[in-house]
Design a protein around this ligand. Structure first.
Ligand SMILES: [Mg+2]
Length: 320
């Protein structure tokens, strides 16, 4: 939520502009609002579709019932607020859902015939890692179910699976880079076993590994990994920002936002990883205070997360 709130204020800006204009992320949060295309003004302190959909995923997981795609889409539609910068493909799906009736599964390929490989399913995958941190196979299955309703391309499904796995590893205290990346490769191998081409993320993991061992800063690595709206760019870059600053939530999120591009999503995903690893006390209180959401306050989000984590420890997952 915090990474999304900060990133939203500089979404789609260049790294050069952000560095030139702001001394620190606190300068971004000091703004009341920023100009915005659709409504004219974006209130700094609000979160975007990333957090809104992440919360919907958390609400979908929390009852621990059989988890199916239609129930998740229904939650997305209930929580849909177009002003939160949803991508065009997701907008189309959510706005068509009620009219589609039994054909809702076809919506995922309505705009992109091969399925979208946007980062929209990876950006909301954190609660899956939180909940299923003890069960990697269930985690990957549920990440797939959660992705295909809007992002059915293999690259999006694999990206969501990797981001959820990365959150689970961080929760389990695994963030020594070699071991962390090895376990991510194990998760990726499950997709290969299903006959999927995993070469794109295999290459990305190898690049992350080389970059971390040579201490390449995220601002340089981004030229190789990317900072755009594709899952195959955002997921590796968020993982890199986390691994490059494994002991500081502030530094990890700052490095992600300063990359420019899809700042809200990469900030959101980096924050999810770093927060999972370091715990909520590492999230600067002054950043949390700048969240101006009336319903999902930091306290409410904390409760939702804690609830999912505890249920996950008991492993009452039933699946479908
Ligand atoms: Mg967003």
């Amino acid at each position: 939520m915090v990474g999304d709130v900060i990133g939203a204020a500089v979404e789609a800006e260049s790294p050069g502009y952000i560095r030139k204009t702001f001394q620190s992320l606190d300068d971004i949060l000091a703004l009341k609002s920023v100009p915005e295309l659709i409504t004219g003004e974006w209130e700094v302190g609000r979160f975007t579709d990333d957090t809104q959909m992440t919360l919907a995923v958390a609400e979908w997981l929390a009852p621990g019932d059989a988890l199916n795609g239609k129930a998740l889409l229904t939650r997305f539609v209930q929580r849909y607020e177009p002003w939160r910068h949803y991508g065009p493909g997701t907008r189309l799906i959510l706005e068509s859902f009620h009219g589609a009736r039994d054909n809702w599964q076809a919506l995922a390929t309505a705009m992109f015939p091969q399925g979208s490989y946007g980062n929209g399913s990876a950006m909301r995958a954190a609660p899956i890692g939180l909940f299923l941190h003890n069960d990697m196979l269930a985690l990957l299955e549920i990440a797939r179910t959660s992705s295909v309703v809007t992002h059915s391309h293999q690259l999006a499904i694999q990206g969501a699976g990797l981001q959820a796995t990365a959150v689970a590893l961080a929760i389990r205290g695994v963030y020594e880079p070699t071991q962390f990346l090895r376990l991510l490769s194990v998760a990726l191998a499950h997709f290969a076993e299903l006959g999927e081409d995993t070469s794109v993320y295999k290459t990305a993991i190898a690049r992350i590994s080389a970059g971390i061992s040579k201490r390449v800063p995220p601002s340089k690595m981004v030229q190789l990994l990317g900072n755009g709206i594709k899952a195959q760019e955002a997921v590796p870059t968020a993982i890199y920002c986390f691994l490059a600053a494994p002991n500081s939530f502030e530094k990890a999120v700052e490095s992600a936002i300063l990359l420019g591009g899809d700042t809200d999503t990469i900030g959101c995903m980096t924050g999810a990883l770093s927060g999972a690893a370091l715990g909520e006390n590492e999230i600067p209180e002054r950043w949390l205070r700048r969240v101006t959401e009336p319903e999902f306050t930091p306290d409410k989000v904390r409760q939702l997360a804690l609830d999912l984590f505890r249920k996950g420890q008991k492993r009452n997952f039933k699946g479908s």
